[in-house]
Design a protein around this ligand. Structure first.
Ligand SMILES: Cc1cc2nc3c(=O)[nH]c(=O)nc-3n(C[C@H](O)[C@H](O)[C@H](O)COP(=O)(O)O)c2cc1C
Length: 207
């Protein structure tokens, strides 16, 4: 029987693009045999900002049933796949705020030795997808995490072209997540589950 693995997909999304990718990755990880928790970071923006953008308000409504992330989800997970839209080439404040509440767990060594990976979306192709994922991955080094990025480990990665993680160019919200991004999501989820299982089984065999 394969080693059971727990995967937490933890994301923030304003207008739904990253939420769509998060759901895809969660489903793919489940199909790859993992136990999965799909969790969203708490909203920090004022209600007036949300209400001023119909797509934002709609995404808040559409994802209300997805539980808000808590530190317990980090403790539970063998692997964490973080998702954030790019904001000025960086991680959103909402996801970062959650990460910044984890100082106690970090200090206790509870975030180390897990597998981590990330995904993002941006308005434009050169708008900072790579810098967002690399900024996110800085944190993983501090955690003592094991970064499992997709690289070019599957022929489809030469098509989407992003070895750092799944990413989507959303335009002004007028370019929906399509086959290319969904394929990248599947490749990343399967790779994370495969290596999480292998690392967990290997460590168990050593102890
Ligand atoms: C404050 C702010 C900053 C942004 N910065 C960038 C950016 O640097 N590059 C870019 O291509 N898109 C940028 N965008 C666009 C978002 O990345 C894009 O709308 C997002 O990926 C959509 O994801 P979501 O639907 O999950 O919210 C920015 C959007 C906002 C609101």
């Amino acid at each position: 029987m394969p080693t059971p693995v727990n995967v937490a997909v933890i994301y923030y999304s304003s207008t739904g693009t990253v939420a769509t990718i998060a759901k895809a990755i969660a489903g793919d990880a489940e199909r790859a045999g993992a136990q999965v928790r799909l969790r969203r970071a708490a909203e920090l923006a004022p209600q007036a900002a949300i209400d001023s953008n119909p797509a934002w308000a709609e995404n808040v409504r559409a994802t209300a049933d997805i539980p808000e992330v808590s530190p317990d989800d980090m403790a539970w997970a063998d692997a964490v796949i973080f998702g954030s839209p790019t904001r000025y080439g960086n991680v959103t404040a909402q996801l970062k705020q959650f990460i910044d509440t984890l100082g106690g767990m970090w200090q206790a060594g509870q975030l180390a030795d897990k597998v981590y990976s990330g995904f993002t979306s941006s308005a434009t192709a050169h708008g900072g997808q790579e810098s967002t994922l690399l900024a996110l991955y800085n944190t993983i080094h501090h955690f003592g995490g094991i970064l499992v990025a997709p690289g070019y480990t599957d022929p489809t990665k030469f098509v989407d072209g992003n070895p750092y993680g799944t990413s989507h160019v959303a335009g002004q919200g007028d370019i929906p997540v399509g086959e290319q991004t969904l394929t990248a999501a599947r490749v990343q989820a399967e790779r994370v589950v495969k290596f999480t299982r292998a690392i967990k089984a290997g460590l168990a065999a050593e102890s």
